[in-house]
Design a binder for this molecule. Structure first.
Ligand SMILES: Nc1ncnc2c1ncn2[C@@H]1O[C@H](COP(=O)(O)OP(=O)(O)OP(=O)(O)O)[C@@H](O)[C@H]1O
Length: 268
């Protein structure tokens, strides 16, 4: 018998902090007299396998910095961090097999190569077995309607086509956790809808854990049963959008979440 349960978090952060421009432990406030800056300021987060969580807040709140720590790109200044049982910055290579990342404002695809060649390179990089790769590529080609531009160089793709390519690239190796940083930014209404429906289906079909950063409240409404809002590097709300909507209209919810006011303790 084991004491571990299926509800053990797949993402666990305790007191997660990232300060730029100075040494660990020197920050008590976000801006410091020596010009340093605390982008993420003691975040606690527990995300269970299979959750689809919206991670939102105003510009500069610290969302991308958090995601960069969750992938191992940035090293936390202090605090505890585990993703799929790994310490991201120490186990970056092993963790890479368990996570997928999409940065909506950038592509991870090879610009001059046909889209399908990027996928083949990723197969080699992640050592995806040929059968599995074939199945996944066929699935995503159909689900995201990639067929007509698989042979086109990435630089010739529209934003919506490129985004669908990036999402596929992040999923070909069957990651347990996917971070999506603004996956619908700049897309037209139809493409946004297609991406949302795809993500919802992915989450339900495979149980992939998804952490989604977005400024589009429709993404949150359609996809996320739970929202974590941050501002000035601190969590201001962690709960369901329905709880917020019980006594507020949507416009007020959006304003409060994106202005970063604390919805937890309104006496502040
Ligand atoms: N390498 C860095 N050095 C110094 N400051 C940084 C660095 N990276 C980010 N910051 C600062 O940390 C703060 C948080 O940035 P971050 O990119 O995490 O915000 P964000 O919530 O993702 O914002 P947005 O919604 O605009 O993408 C910002 O004020 C940013 O200027």
């Amino acid at each position: 018998m084991t004491t571990t349960s299926t509800t053990d978090p797949i993402i666990l952060a305790e007191g997660l902090t990232k300060a730029f421009g100075s040494s660990p432990g020197r920050f008590r406030r976000r801006r410091t007299t020596d010009g340093g800056f605390t982008a993420v300021d003691g975040i606690d987060l527990r995300i269970a396998p299979g959750e689809l969580v919206g991670y939102i807040g105003p510009n500069g709140a610290g969302k991308s910095t958090t995601i960069k720590m969750l992938t191992g790109i940035l090293t936390p200044t202090s605090g505890l961090l585990r993703v799929a049982g790994f310490e991201p910055q120490r186990d970056r290579v092993r963790l890479a097999r368990r996570i997928g990342v999409v940065f909506g404002q950038r592509t991870t695809l090879w610009w001059d190569l046909p889209l399908k060649d990027s996928f083949t390179l990723l197969q080699r990089l992640y050592r995806i077995p040929p059968d599995r790769f074939g199945e996944n590529l066929a699935y995503y080609t159909a689900a995201l309607d990639l067929g007509e531009f698989l042979d086109r160089p990435v630089r010739q793709l529209s934003l919506g086509q490129r985004m669908r390519g990036d999402i596929t690239a992040a999923l070909l190796h069957d990651p347990a956790v996917v971070y999506l940083d603004e996956p619908t930014i700049g897309l037209d209404v139809v493409s946004k809808h297609a991406v949302r429906e795809f993500l919802s289906d992915l989450n339900q079909r495979t149980g992939t854990t998804i952490l989604l950063t977005t400024h589009d409240i429709a993404d949150i409404e359609r996809l996320c049963s739970r929202v974590v809002a941050i501002d000035h590097g601190r969590v201001t709300y962690d709960g369901s959008i329905d709880d917020l909507r019980a006594d507020r209209d949507l416009e007020t919810v959006v304003r409060e979440l994106y202005l970063g006011r604390s919805l937890v303790d309104t006496t502040e």
